[in-house]
Design a protein around this ligand. Structure first.
Ligand code: C5P
Ligand code: MG
Length: 318
């Protein structure tokens, strides 16, 4: 407990102590960027300081993929999600594109609706993902065409992504990418951007192909935006690379992403960063109440990079 929070301490003394504390604490870079909104700045700073004291060896990063590591928009145009990258004539018919768009127009507004709870959204998400996966299976997508589809797409990681991935690899900090997108496509995006380093682990919806390389099913339990907690408990909790790392930096763009760290046992400090990409005014309050740091329409990794550099800086100084 900090002494200036004790209620009976004389107010001027508390003020002086608070100013002294502020002056002696090192400034955390990145938090001054204009896209940053925080509910409780002092708690964020305390968490980052605590994480910095324990260094890179105690840290793990858990991140969503679509619209978190990838951009939401570029030059006024939406950047495709891993599902939408599959919208290529090499893989699917025009008819299938049309049906997928109709489903997107029906279900995406539900996914981001600030007036509905996660429980209310859940059955709709299962319906959306199930229908889309069924359509994709009907298309008999070929595994050997995926790389070309990614190359031809306008998929784009956030500005500063290379610094983010490279820094984590250098510092041997595990990065768990936890995505409700399509794992095979996700892997190809990071491979083509030359950041699929050995410290990267992925939990996602993976395609199952037959011996001739044709898509026949999706493997394992379906992951959608609002059931990441189940995946965290059944998959992430078992990853040995993440054991013994009690400090978590979590990145997401959906409130459902907040459950991605639920499988971390014995956690000490969790810092959550939320990208608020769409329906900003309608969703701002709920994001500020849920994430420690909210980045409003910020298409870069500047803030996570600055925080990471700060947390892992002790190792550099040794
Ligand atoms: O990686 P992440 O968990 O964000 O991937 C899920 C995202 O993919 C969702 O936010 C959703 O809007 C999007 N999606 C899509 N097309 C689908 C299903 C989901 O663009 N058919
Ligand atoms: Mg996302």
């Amino acid at each position: 407990m900090q002494i200036y929070h004790v209620p009976w301490i004389y107010t001027p003394v508390r003020t002086v102590l608070a100013i002294w504390h502020q002056l002696t604490k090192p400034e955390i870079p990145g938090l001054t960027k204009c896209s940053v909104v925080m509910r409780e700045r002092s708690r964020v700073e305390e968490t980052i300081h605590a994480m910095q004291r324990e260094g890179a060896g105690s840290l793990q990063v858990i991140s969503d993929f679509d619209m978190t590591l990838t951009r939401f928009a570029h030059n006024g145009k939406r950047v495709p999600t891993t599902h939408n990258i599959l919208d290529n004539r090499l893989l699917i018919s025009e008819e299938c594109t049309k049906k997928m768009r109709e489903l997107l127009n029906t279900y995406y507004p539900i996914e981001i609706d600030p007036r509905r709870t996660a429980e209310e959204k859940l059955p709709h998400m299962v319906e959306w993902w199930t229908k889309v996966h069924k359509l994709l299976i009907q298309q008999r997508i070929r595994k050997d065409m995926l790389a070309r589809a990614v190359k031809e797409s306008s998929a784009m990681l956030r500005g500063g992504y290379k610094v983010f991935f490279d820094r984590l690899a250098e510092q041997q900090v595990p990065l768990l990418i936890f995505s409700a997108g399509v794992g095979d496509v996700l892997e190809e995006v990071i491979r083509q951007n030359l950041v699929f380093h050995p410290n990267v682990h992925i939990i996602s919806n993976y395609m199952d192909f037959d011996q001739t390389g044709v898509l026949t099913a999706f493997k394992g339990q379906l992951i959608h935006t609002y059931n990441k907690r189940e995946g965290a408990l059944s998959h992430a909790a078992g990853l040995t690379e993440l054991q013994g790392r009690p400090n978590v930096l979590l990145l997401g763009d959906s409130l459902g992403d907040l459950t991605m760290a639920d499988g971390v046992s014995g956690h000490k400090n969790i810092l959550t960063i939320g990208f608020l990409n769409d329906q900003v005014e309608e969703r701002k309050d709920s994001y500020i109440n849920s994430f420690d740091i909210v980045l409003v329409t910020d298409e870069t990794m500047d803030v996570p990079n600055a925080i990471l550099r700060y947390i892992t800086s002790s190792r550099d100084n040794k």
